[in-house]
Structure formats: C-alpha cells, structure tokens
Design a protein around this ligand. Structure first.
Ligand SMILES: [Zn+2]
Length: 523
C-alpha cells in the first residue's frame, strides 16, 4: 500500500462524447469535479483529477464521413471545444485522456486479450435488434412496441457472430457489493434504481462490432475482423488515465480511492458494466459513483434551440466564470434536477454575490483604508460579540468539510454564507463608523475591523474551490501574500491567521450589480 493512500483522492468525470457540442450538463459535471479537486487539495489530500473524451463509434465515423475527412482528424478538431471550455471555466484537471491515444488503446487490448485467455470472453451468435443512434443491441423482449426502449426510435434486426463478456456471472457478487457498500452508488435513490434493475437476470455483454459495420474502434486483439464496443473501450479510460498496466504510474496510489461523477443517464453503464469489468480484471470498484440530475432551461427540457441560450461560453461572456460556477452549485442540490433561468441567475448575482458578499468585503476594506491607512489593526480585549463571529466561522469550517464529503455543494455554500451573514450583522451591531468618531474608541475600532477581515479571510479559503479567481483576488486584497492554493484548511483555517500590520488593497468591486431589466435572453 502506498504511504499516502489515506490522503489520496482520485476524481473522474465521464469522458464526453467528442461529437457533442459542450452544453450546460457537461459543464456542470466538470465544475463539480473541479470544486472537489480544489477543496480536497486544500484539505491536504493528494488529488488526481481526470477528464477526457470518448472518440470511437459509429456517430464519429459517420460525421467524419459526411465531412469527407478521416475520423481522427475529425476528433482532433472537435476535442478543442471541450479543452478550451475547460480552460475558460478554470478547470484544474491533471490530465485529459482521449480514447484514441495509444496509451489507452494498448491497455484496452491487453485487458481484452487477458479476459479472452481466461475464458471471460467467448464467441457466440448474436440475434437481436440494433439501435444505430444508441449503438446498442436489444433483445426482442427489451423493445418497446418494436422500438428502442432508450430513444424510442426504430431498430434494425441483426444476426451475426460476436464476442461476449461473461457479465452475468457477476450478478450476485455485484448485488452483494452494492448492499454492503452504501456509499458506492449515490444518491440513495440511484442505488435503489440499480438494485431494482438487478432483480432481473443480468445478461452477458456483447463487446465487439464486426468491422464490416464499424471500422472506427479499437481492434479486438484476438480477432482482427472486429473492433471493441464503445462502452467497453470507454469505461477502461478511468484506469488507463492513471497508468494502469505500466511500470511508473500513479495507479497504485489512487486506485480504488475514486469518486466518479456522472449524469443520471449513464448510471447503468457506470454501476453495472464498469464494476463487473473491474472485478473480472481483479480490481476493486470505485469508492463512490455519484449521479447528478439534469437541467431544464427556463422550465423546459433542453433542446437544440434552447441550448444556444445557455451555451456555457455565452454564459461566461454574460456573467463571468465564477458567477456561473456559483450559480450551478448553489441553485440545486447535487443529485436533484434543476432549472436554469436568467432571472434566477441575475438574482443570485445581485443578492448573494454583489449584495451580501461583495458589500461586506468592500465595506470592511474601505474602513481599514480610511481609518488605518490600509494597515490591518491588531485585535484586543475581545467581547462576546467578537467571539460570536469567530464561533460561527469555526462551526462552518467543520460543517463544510462534512458537506463536501457528501457532495452537498449547495449546503456547503449555504454554510459559507452563514459567515457572510454573521459578518454583515456584526458590522451593523458594532457600528465601526461610530467608533471612528472618538480617539478613545480606536482600539475597539481596530478589533472590529480585524475580526471582520479575518472572517473574510476564512470565507476566501472556504469559497476558493467554488470561485477560484474571485477568492484569489480577495486573498490578495486582504494582504495575504502567501499562495492561496498552498494553504491547508486544518492549519490556515484556524481563526487568527490574518496578519496585523500588513497592508490591504483599495477595494475593487468583486461583482458588479446587474440590471435585472436587461437580462440576457440570448437574443
Ligand atoms: Zn436508441
């Protein structure tokens, strides 16, 4: 076991289908993963954060064909949209894996060969129905009125030889594993859904496609007439991305300390196919697979035309990166469905960010500049009201740590805003502007401003994972010269870390207020 195993944390997002136009759902999963990554690092963990793209399959082959270019060139062009969006959204992934990379293909083939040699994969005739858009086979009884049960489109009858993974033999093991590990599938409603699904017999998984139908895939090493089924290929990326099967790798440090985030639409593949595949190759399943909900747009289901209005790049243009990150995590409980509306977005920015947090910050800094030439005054003779603010911060620090372990992002933000609320109330109650009128009240004025700034320093530390660039600004303006990302919450989160005598900056507004009458409708 690696010496740092206890403090190791591996975060993965699904690898996104390279043909897709990145939308709010992709951004949501990836932002959540980024927040966990940054927070765990501040908690002193060594974290590996992987995202990437899924680049094989029929849809990619077809799209490339239509453009008259080869599929790899097509992928190389499409992948940039994801890579550049993650850059704009300040995503701090350690690596980005593409399933067309040789480091991935080699491992997939090695695993296939190994499973075949051990009799975990066999050849059989496949008679069934095929849905082209879903790239999935269905049996007669799966069909819904003769159509694909997933997308309700028509299916094609197929009879051909294929290779199968003996998934069925792991059914009782998987049920037991899920029952024993109540945090393996979260939220609990998704866990129940999968346990319900596993009440019916689990079938073997067809893992090949004949090249005469599909060429764009990883060649099956023991039969060159076939390529690998995209899901079997894609699900292996989570181990290839951290170097499974190679000599020097972070694999032994991070596996199976994995927290994997997905949308609820890919629950079965990630909690049935994936763990049984891992079991077959002798690996423990991930610690947690968390399925989040879906976003509707202004109360409607996401559609091509509505998607334009909330295209992540346009949201960033209109509201700024940190406000978008904040809104998505604050508005809905992670795991539930949510609704995106521009009205709600503007309301959150004006009320939570500009009014509550932004005002507290600029009021406190302005008074230090005005009354103390910008030099942080020392605290003295603490009164009950001063200790009250400190106690709220200390309580919230512990709460947030627990909430982040539960991926309860919106509750963590709610807790952080308890400090914001307490800070605003504290200023109102202690009325520093009145204290500034008499020289004898100067030590008291210094104490009040120190306490307020110190609560803001703690806020910046706790909020940093959610709003990285805003908190870097807050940190610097508070006269904290130390690198924010090298702080440790259990040490630097303790009350009293703000240094008297240091100079604060003249406050710059963190969030400009938005005019609610000029709400972007994407027009
Ligand atoms: Zn379908």
């Amino acid at each position: 076991m690696h010496p740092n195993f206890e403090k190791s944390f591996y975060i993965t997002t699904p690898i996104y289908y390279v043909n897709d136009v990145p939308h709010i759902g992709h951004a949501y999963t990836t932002i959540a993963a980024d927040i966990l990554n940054r927070h765990k690092r501040l908690e002193g963990y060594q974290v590996f954060f992987l995202t990437g793209t899924d680049e094989h399959g029929q849809k990619v082959e077809k799209a490339a064909q239509e453009r008259g270019i080869d599929p790899k060139t097509h992928c190389d062009e499409m992948v940039v949209r994801f890579e550049s969006l993650w850059k704009r959204l300040n995503i701090s992934n350690n690596d980005f894996i593409r399933t067309t990379e040789s480091r991935h293909k080699k491992v997939v083939q090695k695993i296939l060969q190994d499973l075949y040699d051990r009799g975990e994969i066999y050849q059989a005739n496949y008679d069934g129905w095929y849905c082209i858009p879903c790239e999935r086979f269905w049996t007669e009884k799966d069909l819904l009125e003769g159509n694909c049960p997933d997308c309700l489109r028509s299916v094609t009858e197929i009879s051909e030889k294929n290779y199968f993974f003996r998934m069925s033999q792991y059914q009782s093991w998987l049920i037991e594993y899920i029952e024993k590990n109540d945090r393996f599938i979260l939220p609990p409603s998704r866990r129940n859904e999968i346990l319900g699904f596993l009440r019916s017999p689990l079938e073997d998984l067809c893992i090949s496609r004949p090249k005469k139908r599909l060429k764009w895939g990883i060649e099956i090493p023991f039969d060159t007439e076939y390529v690998t089924y995209v899901w079997f290929d894609a699900l292996i990326n989570y181990v290839t991305g951290i170097g499974y099967g190679s000599e020097e790798n972070p694999f032994s440090q991070f596996w199976p300390q994995v927290t994997h985030l997905i949308g609820k639409d890919i629950l079965t593949t990630h909690t049935v196919y994936w763990p049984t595949m891992l079991k077959a190759i002798g690996l423990t399943p991930p610690k947690m697979v968390f399925a989040h909900g879906w976003w509707t747009i202004e109360g409607k289901k996401m559609s091509k035309s509505l998607q334009n209005v909330v295209e992540p790049n346009r949201l960033i243009d209109a509201y700024g990166v940190d406000a978008v990150r904040y809104f998505l995590m604050r508005e809905v409980s992670f795991g539930m469905d949510g609704d995106f509306s521009h009205t709600a977005m503007v309301h959150r920015i004006n009320s939570d960010l500009a009014n509550d947090l932004g005002n507290l910050f600029s009021r406190a800094l302005s008074m230090v500049v005005k009354y103390f030439d910008g030099l942080i005054p020392p605290p003295s003779d603490l009164q009950e009201v001063d200790r009250g603010l400190q106690e709220v911060s200390e309580k919230v620090l512990l709460q947030v740590s627990k909430q982040m372990d539960d991926l309860a992002f919106n509750r963590a933000l709610g807790s952080i805003w308890e400090i914001v609320g307490a800070g605003n109330k504290y200023i109102d109650e202690t009325a520093p502007w009145a204290l500034a009128k008499a020289e004898k009240d100067r030590p008291r004025l210094g104490t009040v401003l120190y306490q307020t700034l110190e609560s803001l320093r703690i806020i910046a530390l706790l909020l940093a994972a959610f709003m990285p660039s805003t908190c870097e600004k807050m940190w610097a303006q508070l006269g904290m010269g130390e690198n924010l990302w090298e702080q440790k919450l259990n040490v630097n989160g303790k009350w009293g870390g703000l240094k008297p005598g240091r100079k604060v900056a003249k406050p710059m507004p963190l969030f400009p207020r938005l005019d609610p009458t000029k709400i972007s409708r994407g027009a």
